[in-house]
Design a protein around this ligand. Sequence first.
Ligand code: SF4
Length: 315
Amino acid sequence: MSIFETQHIHPELRINSYGHYLRRRFGCRVSKVNVDAGFTCPNRDGSKGIGGCIYCNNVSFSPRDTQAEISLEDQLASGMAYHRTRLGSQKFIVYFQKYTNTYASVEHLADLYQRALAVPDVLGISVGTRPDCLTDEALDLLSRLARQHYVCLELGLQSTDDAILERINRGHSLEDFIAAVGRASSRGFDICAHLIYGFPGEQPGEFVKGADLLNSLPGISSLKLHQLHAVEGTELAAMYRRGEFSPLTLEQYVSTAADFLERLAPRVSIQRLYGSSPLEIRVAPQWGLKNNQMWYAVLNELRRRGSWQGISVKE
Ligand code: SF4
């Protein structure tokens, strides 16, 4: 067996891709379908902070036909139909994506998650949230659901540097994230970490060290990584127009993302390697690439180097 097979590194992609992880686990093509369940965020409504993260415009995160006014079931029906036709997907994971999807009473969370899981061909849920918005009751609920369904908790970290977290108005610290991973680990569900690269003043060498931190947290099973990008209606877009934010070039991003992957343990599957937003609200950077071109830009860099995810990890 080659090193690629033993470590779940796809020999063509040179990473442990989440799509292949799902295929290995469920034996068929599985797609994530986004829904907007009508949550807000404690970093916007004053309970943790006001104004939100400087790059946050949730319109940029979500397809147009996921809106809270449309019932969860109707959002799912159209999302699943799209993925069935477009990708031939057979099973689905419902992705509670918009805002902070644990920011409600546990009764309300249970109702939403169970309704999603009751839809035929849905095999699991993925719940996006902040590390400082996780009650013990919510964790217990996710553990219970994970006994019969696939469950993934997606925790936004964004930066491992507390000074950056403060500058971008995240309203939580690295320690909050580590504590949340500790509380959520070994409960029978997956944990995905979200990271962004390209904050003003961020040094590539420092960013890449974040891989060591993720490696040191065995509860983390997958990663979403993307470039910082400014969209309309955000403080980051205003900073860009004032000359206070210089976006990365594609080459800078690709090179540092590849460095990061080389240092990341192969057990961590990769869900995402780029960020995208609708063209009409995209401010900067403007790389002019389609989503799959951005994904392959990073993978092709690994190929060009003759390397792969985890090549630099010392056992
Ligand atoms: S935590 Fe998420 S939803 Fe809340 S302000 Fe930040 S990016 Fe927006």
